[in-house]
Design a protein around this ligand. Structure first.
Ligand code: ZN
Length: 319
């Protein structure tokens, strides 16, 4: 399919690179105009919404450092988008170590830099290494009110759990990161937001989850069933299904397989599923060749591959 739009596509700056990552991956993360655009042309991606790699800003312990890194990388991204406005848009990075600083940077991202949303890499660490700020905490409600008011989506991107949360992975490093730990970490964070009543208070908020919803669509019935049988005082007024169908969009990033795609469409609806690759952590070729031949009607392929992103981000592209 030509004209695809992808929205979980990453870049890095030197400060956010993982020094032990393969050199070719590091080079791909720094590149905007060479291999990236070439492969977009080759595999039919017309437009990419770019965001910083993980965990980046979220792992900076001191608030000033987190604010500075967010500003620096957002400015750099805005410059790259300005060079190719018909090919790129940006999702801003935010220093959620400090809700007020995050609000300030959110406004700058949307109003001054023209970004179409934000991408945050899971919980933030603040001051102490083993600290976890999850955004269902009450101090983040004013932040969410601003996100809702600005009408931009919030991409909740995975990060690896810290080692103090990792005893379950001891001796099994192959289960960490994208293999399994990313989805566990991110799905629990997203469920915390839903269960906290955040979307009852801010019904227009839109969250994006990658990787076909970080396993939540598969467990939707069981989640709601157990919350109904034994709610344990959950503050949320509605079902997880309701929030997944009204406040969450999911992307195909890194999940290039028909059965989970079909299940996700059944559970959240075709208007809430969006094509993405997760480049350069996944090859553009794999994501695109799978999607172009996935078992979908032409109408659904266009809805997922293009139209939903234009609507969600208000992109200046023809549907
Ligand atoms: Zn990603």
């Amino acid at each position: 399919m030509q004209g695809k739009i992808a929205l979980e596509e990453h870049f890095a700056v030197t400060e956010t690179q993982n020094p032990v990552a393969p050199k070719s991956l590091q080079a791909d993360l720094l590149d905007f105009e060479a291999k990236r655009l070439e492969e977009m042309d080759l595999f039919g991606i017309e437009f990419a919404v770019l965001s910083l790699n993980a965990p980046a800003v979220q792992e900076v312990l001191d608030v000033e450092g987190a604010v500075a890194l967010a500003q620096q990388t957002n400015d750099m991204l805005a410059e790259q988008v300005a060079r190719h406005p018909s090919r790129f848009a940006g999702l801003g990075a935010l220093p959620l170590q400090d809700p007020d600083a995050a609000i300030t940077e959110l406004h700058r991202c949307v109003n001054d830099l023209g970004f179409v949303g934000v991408n945050v890499n899971g919980f933030s660490q603040k001051e102490e290494e083993y600290s976890h700020l999850y955004y269902d905490l009450p101090e983040y409600r004013p932040f969410w009110a601003e996100v809702e008011k600005l009408g931009v989506p919030f991409y909740m991107h995975p990060r690896n759990p810290l080692t103090d949360h990792m005893p379950m992975y001891d001796g099994h490093p192959w289960l960490t990161y994208a293999t399994w730990a990313f989805a566990m970490e991110t799905s629990v964070h997203a469920l915390r937001l839903m269960c906290s009543g955040l979307f009852d208070e801010h019904p227009d908020l839109q969250l994006i989850l990658g990787h076909l919803g970080e396993r939540i669509p598969f467990d939707l019935w069981r989640l709601d069933h157990r919350l109904e049988v034994d709610p344990k005082g959950v503050p949320a007024k509605k079902s997880i299904r309701h929030y997944m169908q009204n406040n969450v969009h999911v992307t195909t990033s890194g999940q290039f397989y028909d059965p989970p795609l079909h299940l996700t469409i059944t559970e959240v609806g075709v208007d809430r599923v969006l094509f993405s690759v997760d480049y350069p952590f996944e090859p553009m070729k794999d994501g695109c060749e799978w999607f172009d031949h996935a078992d979908l009607s032409d109408g659904d392929r266009k809805t997922i591959g293009r139209t939903n992103a234009i609507k969600l981000f208000g992109l200046p592209l023809s549907a």
